[in-house]
Design a protein around this ligand. Sequence first.
Ligand code: ATP
Ligand code: MG
Length: 397
Amino acid sequence: MNERRTILVRYDEIGLKGKNRDQFINRLVKNIQMQMKDLEGLKFKVPHGRIFIHCSKKSTEECIRRLQKIPGIASASVGVTREPEFDALAAVGVEWIEPLMQPGKAFKFCVRTNRADKSYPHKSPEIDRQVGSRILGQLHSKGLEVSIKEADFILEIEIGQDETVVFNNRTPGLRGLPVGSSGDILGLISGGIDSPVALYRMMKRGCRAHGIFFDNRPFMGRGGYDKVVKLSKLLNGYQGKSKLYVVPFEDIQVAIRDHCRPAHRVVLYRRMMYRIAQAVAQQKGCLALATGESVGQVASQTIENLNAVSDVVTLSVFRPLIGMNKQEIINEAKELESYDISIEPHPDCCSAFMPPRPSTRAKIVDLEIDETKYPWEVLMLEAMAKMETVDLDTLTV
Ligand code: ATP
Ligand code: MG
């Protein structure tokens, strides 16, 4: 028996891309190949914009597991390649259906054909009938029936110009666009629940999402750093080739704490994070920033305060969670499998740095007055000079 399998990969929004379609498909194929480069014996074929992976039967499970983590894929099916002849196609149906049947019990099936190759001489309903009646002919006496509405088993056939595949399964993908089709962005990532989800969402829009973490290790310990590294490694598993930039933030926090109005601290910290993130993004060729902010979630995320932090940068700031509530974000963090890492306990923001009553409506003019009280430009350059770059492809955690 032929132990080779064919995986049919369906892409998501690429179909909408008109003239750029080939570029998007090539990008997706490259991403798939990168994620599977250590698997042996795979063969990729991309005839007329359709993506096939030929592999051994035993590697199909691992291939599907990896395909589920690659943005841009709508679904994937494992099947076998056959000549587009009714007898050969029906033989696959008999081989798959017979072992599922139980003596004395009715079993319902149907055939569903998609004729991608419009030059094939028979139309889909005709193929369904021809193949279905051959299968029925062989298994009717054992209790096989046809039912389109209540089938226990659906045999799917996809007739293509170069390849005809028979399959009976569809695994849903992440959908969205292939990473790399929309450019690089820099995401502000903390060890919390929100920011990894924000970066995940941007990845699914085709961005390669690098991370920047503002670390206050002398006061908060290594816990935050370790979590952010783990989260970034997890995110890199979906995209590859991403970096994490770690910027020491303690001197800036100390200066703000010691020289500025306590109620403004949080917004002042964030203005510095944004300024540095923008400078790093420009250095590293990232086209925009992203954060895990959501309106009203905490004091620093009122619309006034969001405006006050955005005011210090000219790059676009993407906030993909802006209209989501916490439960929705948590659900998505569970899907991403970042949730369990994010809820590991670690000191989030040392109480010494948090004001008792943070301002919910900081005014930009007042923040600018505070910023004359400490040498932020100097501290910003110093922090950037000490920045650490973590290569997430080579890092093992
Ligand atoms: P998260 O769950 O992502 O930590 P949060 O609900 O704790 O978010 P905040 O701490 O106010 O909310 O942070 C809002 C956003 O600001 C985060 O989603 C992240 O994008 C960014 N951010 C906060 N702290 C840091 C940090 N130390 N380093 C980098 N980015 C940060
Ligand atoms: Mg946080």
